[in-house]
Every structure is written in C-alpha cells, then in structure tokens.
Design a protein around this ligand. Sequence first.
Ligand code: G3H
Ligand code: 13P
Ligand code: ZN
Length: 332
Amino acid sequence: MVSYKELGLVNTKEMFAKAVKGGYAIPAFNFNTMEQMQAIVQAAVETKSPVIMQVSKGARNYANATILRYMAQGAVEYAKELGCPNPQIVLHLDHGDTFELCKDCIDMGFSSVMIDGSSLPYEENIALAKKVVDYAHKYDVTVEAELGVLAGVEDEVSSAVSHYTKPEEVIDFSQRTGCDSLAISIGTSHGAYKFTPAQCTRDPKTGKLVPPPLAFDILHEIEKKLPGFPIVLHGSSSVPQDEVDTINKYGGKLPDAVGIPEEQLREASKSAVCKINIDSDSRLAMTAAIRKYLAENPSHFDPRQYLKPARENMKKMYIHKIVNVLGSNEKF
Ligand code: G3H
Ligand code: 13P
Ligand code: ZN
C-alpha cells in the first residue's frame, strides 16, 4: 500500500471547493505517453494551474499500470524541477468499472478514482459507488461517480444513446453513495464524433457542422438541488477544426468530426462544473503535428524528431484550455 501523500499528490477535495467558489474548472487531461505527461506538467506549471492527470483502463493496458503510476510520481518531481515547489497534481482513475480496479489504483498511490456504474441499474450503481467510497475514504482518496449515460464511442467507453441525468435523482444518489463529485450527462459525449451530421446544422459561410447546445437547463436544475456540489463533465473535447483540417490535409480521414464549442465549456466552467475531461483534443493535437512533420520530412525516422513538435502542439492546446476555456490559471 502506497499513499498518494508520500508521492506528493493531492486529492480533489480542496481543489474542487476552490474551483466551485472561484467559478472555474480544473482540467482533467488523460495521459498514456511520456510526451503527454511532459506537456501536461509544463502547461500546468507555466500557467500556475492545478491539474488532474487521469489514467483510463485502456491506458493501463497500453502503457502498464506500474509505469503510469511512476510517471505520475515523476510528474510531481518534474513540476518541482520546473520551479513549482508545491504542485497541485491529482492522479485519477478515469472510468473505473469495478471495485477491484478502483482498489488496485488506491493501493498503488492514486489520489482520486472514478467508479463508473452509469450503465448499471440505479440501485446497482449506488451500491457499487458506495462500496468504492467506503474503501477510498479510509485513505482520504476522493471518488467521482456518474449518473446518466453519455452517448458516443471510445475504446473502452461506449454507449449508443445518451440518457441525460435526471435532476430528481441527484440528491438521493449523492447522499447514499457519499461520492465527492458527480459526473453528469447533459449532451457531451466521448471521442471526436460527438454528434452526427443529422444532429447538427451547417454554418452557411464555412460549411462546418454546428452542434446542438448542451442542456444547461438540466445543469442548473442539478446545481439548485446540490448547491456547491462538485459536478464533472466528461466528453468535453472541442475537436479543433484546424487540427482536424491538418490531419485531413496530410493523409488523414476524419470527415465531419465535431466537438463541444468552447464558449459552452467556458460557460459551464463558471458554474458548479469543476472538472472538465479532455482526451480527444490531445490525440488530435499529437496526430496533426506528427502527420504534418512526417509529410514535410519524409526522410526522418528518429521518433524524437516528430514527437517534439507533437509535444509542443499538445502543450499549446493544454495552455489554451487552461487560460482561455477553463480559467484555472494563476491559482497558486
Ligand atoms: O473517456 C475515455 C477516455 O477518453 C479514455 O479513453 O479508454 O481509449 O483510454 P480510452
Ligand atoms: P473527450 O473524448 O471529449 O476528450 O472526453 C474525454 C473523457 O471524457 C475522458 O474521461
Ligand atoms: Zn469520460
């Protein structure tokens, strides 16, 4: 058993309380590779932003659970080396689907876990979340649970349809589970294809898809029922069109990829939404930079040559989100 406190990590408690009060949101960036980790830490340190580094089941399968844990520990030390004596870094399990997986992460030094029972019947979701909360709280680890189902397709996280969170259930759910934050469904979804073209309108000037707005009425109802309670939005990549265009220009094929407009995420950040999950935008930034570099430098084959611009492009994106969308900069 390793406590996250020994690793210099923090849980989400104080971070979320400050974010809700201050009207901003904490970025929750997924990472699978060293370059993503470096870019996240550099961006957080340069902007003085707290940050949640999250690991999915898929990331554990890809990179190895132990390696990712040590990378997060390395992230804390790297942040100190970059001039931040007390970095505010959370190591979070994203979409944990069993008690055993959550326990394993808690035992190996995670400071926060998500138990995603959102596809289960209501009572089973509560029972599973409560079991995780009871274990996690013994070690001062915070727990995110989810109510409502997101649409979209992603490696390990998929659902064909979206079921918005029912505001009438949130008080009962949060009280009976004891969770520290609640992920809700108000129209976001995972991946780079958040809406079908049929769900969107087209901007007559650019020809680009304009998605339908998020269900802010549901968010506000939830806020009224649970004043000050930390709310989480998954599936919040914006799918920047310039990155999609670069990918398509250099041999990729991402027709009609569409995300959540940043103005809406900016608005959500000012509410009780205090954690915003972003993964796909990092994948797009990395892929766009690599495709461009390799197309322009066909004789290069040293991975450092193309991973460097990829890392720089991700860092630029992370800084943009922190400063211009979530407003989590200059917080310590
Ligand atoms: O919400 C899901 C995250 O984007 C993680 O995706 O399961 O492919 O690692 P992944
Ligand atoms: P995106 O696919 O929109 O980046 O969402 C990521 C996410 O919700 C991770 O849990
Ligand atoms: Zn998610």
